[in-house]
Design a protein around this ligand. Sequence first.
Ligand SMILES: *Cc1c(COP(=O)(O)O)cnc(C)c1O
Length: 394
Amino acid sequence: MNTKKAGFNTKLVHAGMIEDQFGSATVPIYQTSTFRFKSADHGAECFADDTHGYIYTRINNPTIDALENLVAELENGYRAIATASGMGAVNTIYMALLSQGDHMVSTAAVYGPSRVVMEKHYSRFGIEATYVNTSNPKDVKKAIKPNTKVLFIETPSNPTMDITDIKEMVKIAKEHNLITVVDNTFCGPYLQMPLDMGIDIVFHSVTKSMNGHADIVGGIIIVKEKELYKKVRAMMVTLGCNMDPHQAYMVIRGLKTLSLRVEKCQENAKVVAKFLEDHPKIAWVRYPGLKSHPQYKLAQKQMNGPGAMISFEVKGGLKAGKVLMDNVKLAILAVSLGGIETLIQHPASMTHSKMDKASRESAGITDGLVRFSVGIENVEDIIADLSQALEKIK
Ligand SMILES: *Cc1c(COP(=O)(O)O)cnc(C)c1O
């Protein structure tokens, strides 16, 4: 069926589907590294223009194509590029857009490794970056230099839950001729659509809510315009960080229930955030669905919902936070987020431990901050679990 004009949930189930000779109801896994050409001329045609047929799985593959077509339709992009992991997407984007002597402005509290790879490794090749609180447009303007090429943002930021005004970033980028990139992993396409707000490139770690079942890692990049798409695609193929057909199949399967899962996680998260905010042992809670969030209004305007990620600090800082993490039984003490299972982790010693302490502190990632990803379990059970673990703090 042609899903171009269909609603979001219909697209999740039907977009990108391929019709094969057997009438398969799902996308088959084309577990092959290479594809037979019909003739020498056909092989040459495939290399000249990828619409003539498949060549080699690092370049293209029907299962991966199905996922890319589905996600490009969801996000209203020209086309999508699936990658081996979210970091595969980050590096493909950096490598495609930045050359020696170039500069990037980025959100201070981005996903830890997105910043570490830039500051530790791209710096070795003469590429520099300035990290600022992009929730404050004035700081973004101040950081732009004559050699700035890219504005790379993450909103809500990880794990501080600061919201960046996407439309405001697009305006600033236009004035300075910058390419805009949004890490949309926290929200996914169900909660936030940056390409519709004028962003050039969006990417996700599909490991998180898009796949949603904690059983694969993967990434995907969606590009708004054809020329930029071609540049990014060529870089992914050359870097060799392509997704595998089996991974692609798993993500297609996970995506079918994206709306249902995100809605349920979010419904639970609203209750959990309120519980934490009212709890005497909690110092503060950051959740875009709470009125206490400093950018509650912006979150309501820009996002289709507050999502299922909550950051908070227990009174007594890291020491008390450790007691909580060691005593939860339902919540899994593990990194990652956005899945059907509730997860708890400690950014300063886990996901953001490779960032230096000064950068961490200036980004607002305090030693006591605990990150909580709410799943689809019964919310009374999630709360009972938190309650009993919080009671253990003396
Ligand atoms: C997990 C994550 C990444 C990296 O993705 P991987 O699939 O682990 O490589 C990037 N950005 C955000 C916001 C993430 O949560």
